[in-house]
Design a protein around this ligand. Structure first.
Ligand code: ADP
Ligand code: MG
Length: 325
């Protein structure tokens, strides 16, 4: 199978006409049209390398759903509306038994997230997947990391730590001995098929002062907001939202996993205190529960408390180069 045939069979064929896509796969560039005047393009790229970000032999459909979920989560964190994505694929060989499930899972996930595949690049080499996502957002309202103000509430969506639990289940299934089938499925899904909080990001436009998606771990990612905003925060660990399956699996370590586990792809955001009363309405509109876990303070430090007693979490989060943050 040649490169042209591969693209045609697995990627171009599934691409349906999509809103805002003037020209999709097949020419030298794709062409996108903003849905309203004055919007700016939000662009982000993510790479998964075999042996580094996933184990050899990982099912291709899991790679597709993880890659696209993680990439689109960056659009969610800025409050952007998806426009399209490109895919750079480096494959050891053109293997239909890999390409078929990968491309099908990718196309289905792309439909669900309403983000069309608009182009890409295909090369031979060690298995590497790169997705570049693009979305439209109003530059006056866009959610960035640098807007947190002293007194703002620190909030998170959904539940934390589930993806870390799902990863552990994959590496050591016996750790899930206490879980029933539904609990195990839930945690594994949270790892394999992250749900970018697109609706929440868009709902927070005009309300939140700063936002980030939780990819490295809550404390590490909150640290990025603090660094960029030039402020500090106090966080109460007992306020972190935990799922029942996580509690069943992690026991006494549940808060630790929620504070430091990566890849939950929930949103962590800061909200001016005068909007605190809006939180239930924002949660309802976005279709996800929202929890207040702390407050922004002037002293440029992240302090973590457990039942009001200051604690030192063992690790603040995952870092690719092994540094503290
Ligand atoms: P060029 O050489 O001009 O960069 P290519 O031959 O690499 O073009 O690609 C031909 C068309 O197929 C382009 O529109 C490109 O965006 C698209 N394409 C290539 N690889 C992929 C892929 N893995 N997924 C989706 N579209 C792809
Ligand atoms: Mg060209």
């Amino acid at each position: 199978m040649g490169e042209f045939e591969l693209i045609q069979n697995y990627f171009a064929a599934g691409a349906a006409p999509a809103k805002g896509v003037v020209l999709g796969i097949g020419d030298d560039c794709a062409l996108l049209e903003p849905s309203s005047a004055g919007q700016v393009l939000a662009v982000s790229i993510d790479t998964l390398v075999e042996g580094r970000h996933f184990l050899p032999g990982t099912p291709p459909e899991h790679l597709a759903t993880r890659m696209l979920g993680a990439a689109v989560s960056d659009l969610a964190a800025m409050g952007a509306t998806p426009a399209g994505f490109t895919l750079a694929l480096t494959l050891p060989k053109a293997d239909p038994s890999w390409l078929e499930p990968f491309s099908q899972a990718l196309a289905q996930r792309a439909r669900e997230l309403e983000i069309p595949l608009i182009g890409g690049d295909t090369t031979a080499g060690p298995l590497t997947l790169t997705a570049q996502v693009q979305g439209w957002v109003d530059p006056q309202q866009v959610l960035t990391r640098n807007g947190a103000q002293v007194g703002d509430l620190v909030c998170v969506s959904g539940t934390l730590g589930d993806s870390h639990a799902g990863l552990r289940l994959q590496l050591e299934p016996e750790q899930g001995a206490r879980l029933d089938g539904a609990e195990r499925d839930y945690l594994q899904q949270r790892f394999y098929c992250p749900q970018p909080r697109l609706k929440l990001g868009q709902t927070l436009l005009g309300w939140a002062s700063a936002a980030i998606d939780v990819s490295d771990g809550l404390l590490a990612d909150l640290g990025h907001i603090l660094g960029r905003s030039g402020v500090g925060a106090q966080v109460e660990l007992t306020q972190l939202p935990l799922s029942a399956p996580l509690k069943a699996m992690a026991g006494a370590e549940a808060l630790q996993w929620a504070a430091s586990g990566g890849e939950d792809f929930e949103l962590c955001f800061t909200l001016p205190k005068r909007f605190a009363g809006e939180l239930p309405r924002l949660a309802e509109r976005a279709g996800i529960n929202l929890a207040i876990i702390g407050e922004i303070v002037a002293e440029e430090e992240l302090k973590v408390f457990e039942q009001q007693r200051e604690v030192m979490p063992a690790q603040a989060g995952f870092d690719h180069f092994g540094g503290a943050q």
